[in-house]
Design a protein around this ligand. Structure first.
Ligand code: FAQ
Length: 313
């Protein structure tokens, strides 16, 4: 088939809402776009383990510790599904990890903020996982099959994570005055960084046009941010807390809240490597990778031996 015939088949798949699969022909820029997004997403999952992992030893009860441990392990699993999905596009995991470890690849801005108190673990689960689900529900219908299928399981697990966070916030918000103040302080610090997770405003989002054209994204950064605000404000009210935004106001004509934009200069700084914890996160990931070398070698030796036994049989 000639190139333009291949392109026709690709376009007609998208038009019919069918999935593109690894062995299908795809435009080179579509492949590159997916590698960029899926690998950034994978990196976010494994870097995202760090701010929460930091609290496993300090969780206030055995139950809280077990639940947090399970959540952090889930994030590692999400990274695994996503790296595997990216590998189906013809890129190696070593190359992707190398890009993360050398600071060449991006990961979500949110994980460059510190978790200072136990209430932050509540806020991360409630707000950060809440924002992640808001963005990822549409990705279950993204056009690339392996990514869409990975997202189905990830979304189920993220829903559990969001409830874990909301449960912590509920205990604190309905607890003593000090506990409520801790919950409010966490909300104050995590609100705007969470709003940044959806990416820059649509007018400054260079990747959105192709992402929407190729059905990689189904909704824009601003649409998802608005949905997140609309969904979260009633939860804040239920908790008896206050959104740290003086301009927050219900707008009947758009059936949604008007809100203040996050500080986009701060966002640019964070994604350029200059956020509060960027250096610490990269050091921790590099250290973990180096110290885990023996595990990777052992797994490869085991796979080699198993293959030899299988071939000899
Ligand atoms: N942080 O043109 P756009 C989670 C970059 S998972 C850092 O609008 P796009 C689970 C963007 O890459 C959270 N960089 O880009 C969890 C681009 O740079 P590039 C991660 C950002 O791709 C919870 C440039 O700015 N989720 O939380 C950010 O169309 C708790 C221009 O932006 C995903 O990755 C940002 N926030 O839209 C784990 C979901 N926003 O690449 C542990 C999949 C933008 O051209 C604990 N990804 N940039 O150099 C997506 O949906 C999209 O990639 C967006 C960005 C929406 C993130």
């Amino acid at each position: 088939m000639e190139e333009n015939k291949f392109e026709e088949v690709f376009e007609s798949k998208l038009a019919k809402n069918e999935m593109v699969e690894p062995k299908d022909w795809m435009p080179e820029n579509y492949r590159k776009h997916l590698i960029r997004q899926i690998s950034q997403h994978a990196h976010s999952e494994i870097v995202g383990m760090l701010p929460e992992g930091n609290w496993i030893t300090r969780a206030p009860s055995l139950r809280a510790k077990v639940v947090l441990l399970a959540k952090v392990q889930d994030e590692g699993g999400h990274g695994l599904y996503l790296y595997t999905a990216a590998e189906t596009l013809g890129v190696s995991r070593d190359e992707l990890l190398n890009n993360l470890h050398t600071g060449k690849a991006k990961y979500s801005s949110i994980f460059n903020y510190p978790t200072l108190t136990w209430a932050d673990i509540g806020a991360v689960g409630w707000l950060v996982d809440g924002a992640a689900i808001m963005n990822q529900v549409m990705l279950q219908r993204t056009s690339y099959g392996p990514y869409a299928r990975a997202m189905v399981r990830i979304c189920k697990e993220e829903s559990f994570h969001q409830r874990q966070g909301f449960e912590i916030m509920t205990h604190l918000a309905f607890g003593t005055a000090d506990q409520k103040a801790m919950a409010q302080d966490a909300l104050n610090r995590w609100w705007y960084p969470t709003m940044m997770m959806f990416g820059p405003p649509d007018s400054e989002s260079p990747n959105s046009e192709n992402a929407l054209k190729w059905r990689i994204k189904r909704e824009t950064n601003d649409q998802l941010r608005q949905k997140f605000v609309n969904q979260t404000v009633p939860q804040v009210e239920y908790l008896g807390l206050t959104v740290p935004d003086k301009n927050l106001k219900w707008n009947e004509s758009k059936k949604g809240y008007d809100y203040s934009e996050p500080d986009w200069v701060e966002f640019k700084n964070v994604i350029s490597g200059n956020g509060p914890c960027n250096k610490q996160r990269l050091l921790a990931r590099n250290k973990a990778h180096k110290e885990g070398a023996w595990v990777r070698e052992a797994a490869q030796a085991f796979a080699r031996k198993r293959k030899e036994v299988y071939e000899a049989a």
